[in-house]
Design a protein around this ligand. Structure first.
Ligand code: ATP
Length: 337
C-alpha cells in the first residue's frame, strides 16, 4: 500500500483529478497494487475559505506520503508550488514533451526539458528601490551541478544529446556560471553536449524541435520553453511534469488552472494522467517495485491508444468530455494494453 497525497487545486483541477482517479483505480485492479489516497487542500479557493493557500496539514501530507500529485493552482502558485519546491528542495523539474499520433502538432516532438527548480528569479527576492523594483536572480554552483547531473542521466537513457539553454552573452555571470558548471558536469557522461541562447532555442523549438533530446536550463527559461514546446507538440493539456528531490517527488500537469474553461467538463486530463505515469515510474524505481514500473508503462501505452481511438477533448481536436477521457484510458488499461 502506497500513500499518495493528492491536491486537486483550482479551476480545472477537480475535473482532471476525477478523470485521473479512474485511471488510478484501473491500475489498482490490474496491477495488484493499492494506493491510500489522501486529499489535501491548497490554492486560491483554499486561501478564500481558510485564509491560507498552503495549510500545514497539506505540507505534512506531502512530506509523509510516498509520492504526491497536484492539480494546478491559480494566482497562489508562488505560495503553493514554488514554496513546496523550495521547502522540500525539489530541485529537478522534469518535463517530457511528446507529440501523439492523432493530435495535430507543428512538427513531431520527443524531448525532455530538465529545468532547475529552486532558484533563479523564482526565489522571489524582489525589492522596491525608490520608484523601481529590483529582482535578484540567484544561480548557484551547487544547484547548477546537481541539475546538470539529472540531465546527464536522463540523456544517457535516451538519445544522448543534452542542449544547455542559457543567455550567457548578456547574463554573463549568472548564465555564465550555469553554462560552465553544466558543461563541466556533463563531460562526465557519455552524451553529446550542445548549448544555445534562449532566444534562438525558442525559434529552434518551432523550426526543428526534432533536433532536441534533453534541454537543460534555468528555472524561468524552463518555465517559458516548456509551454512553447507543449504547444508545438499539440497542446499544453498533454504535458506532464515531475518535481523531484532526493527523497520527495511531486507530480503535476504543466498547465495552469485554466479558469476560462473550468467547470465546463472539457479540460484535457491527459497531462495529469501522464503525471501519474511519471509518479509511478519514479516510485517504482525508488521502492524497487516492478508492478509500478509496468503500471507506469501501461498508462503511457493506454494514453497513446486512447488518443488513437479518438478519445480526445476539444483542445486536441476531439469532442469528448474530461471524465469520459479518463474512463477511456481506464478501460484500455483493464483490457490489458
Ligand atoms: P499559469 O500561469 O498557472 O500557467 P495560465 O492561465 O497562464 O496559468 P494555463 O492555465 O496553463 O495558463 O492555460 C492557458 C490556456 O490553455 C487556458 O486558458 C486554457 O484555455 C488552455 N488550457 C490549459 N490547460 C488545459 C487543459 N488541461 N485542457 C484544455 N485546455 C487547457
Amino acid at each position: 500500500m502506497y500513500r499518495i497525497a493528492w491536491i486537486k487545486g483550482d479551476g480545472i483541477g477537480t475535473e482532471i483529478s476525477e478523470a485521473s482517479l479512474e485511471v488510478i483505480h484501473a491500475i489498482e485492479n490490474t496491477y495488484g497494487v493499492s494506493f491510500d489516497i489522501r486529499f489535501y487542500d491548497a490554492g486560491d479557493e483554499c486561501l478564500k475559505r481558510r485564509g491560507e493557500a498552503l495549510p500545514r496539514e497539506t505540507i505534512e501530507g506531502v512530506k509523509t506520503a510516498d509520492a504526491s500529485i497536484k492539480g494546478p493552482v491559480g494566482d497562489t502558485a508562488m505560495d503553493v508550488i514554488v514554496r513546496l519546491r523550495q521547502m522540500f528542495d525539489l530541485y529537478a523539474n522534469i518535463r517530457p514533451v511528446k507529440s501523439y499520433k492523432g493530435v495535430p502538432s507543428v512538427k513531431p516532438v520527443d524531448l525532455v526539458i530538465v529545468r532547475e527548480n529552486t532558484e533563479d528569479l523564482y526565489k522571489g527576492y524582489e525589492f522596491e528601490v525608490g520608484d523601481a523594483v529590483v529582482a535578484l536572480r540567484i544561480i548557484s554552483e551547487k544547484a547548477s551541478r546537481r541539475i546538470a547531473r539529472v540531465a546527464g542521466e536522463i540523456a544517457s537513457r535516451r538519445r544522448g544529446i543534452v542542449t544547455i539553454v542559457h543567455k550567457a552573452n548578456v547574463l554573463r555571470k549568472s548564465c555564465g556560471l550555469f553554462l560552465r558548471i553544466a558543461r563541466e558536469e556533463l563531460s562526465k557522461y557519455n552524451v553529446t553536449v550542445r548549448d544555445i541562447l534562449v532566444d534562438a532555442a525558442s525559434m529552434a523549438l518551432i523550426r526543428n524541435p526534432e533536433s532536441f533530446d534533453v534541454i537543460l536550463t534555468t528555472n524561468m527559461f524552463g518555465d517559458i520553453l516548456s509551454d512553447e514546446a507543449a504547444q508545438v507538440a499539440g497542446s499544453i493539456g498533454l504535458a506532464p511534469s515531475g518535481n523531484i528531490g532526493d527523497e520527495i517527488g511531486l507530480f503535476e500537469p504543466v498547465h495552469g488552472a485554466a479558469p476560462d474553461i473550468a467547470g465546463k467538463g472539457i479540460a484535457n486530463p491527459y497531462a495529469m494522467i501522464l503525471s501519474i505515469s511519471m509518479m509511478l515510474e519514479w516510485l517504482g524505481a525508488k521502492k524497487n517495485d516492478k508492478r509500478l514500473l509496468s503500471a507506469s508503462k501501461s498508462i503511457e501505452r493506454a494514453v497513446e491508444e486512447a488518443i488513437a481511438r479518438g478519445c480526445k477533448t476539444p483542445d486536441i481536436g476531439g469532442s469528448m468530455k474530461t471524465h469520459d477521457v479518463g474512463g477511456c484510458v481506464a478501460r484500455i488499461i483493464r483490457e490489458g494494453v
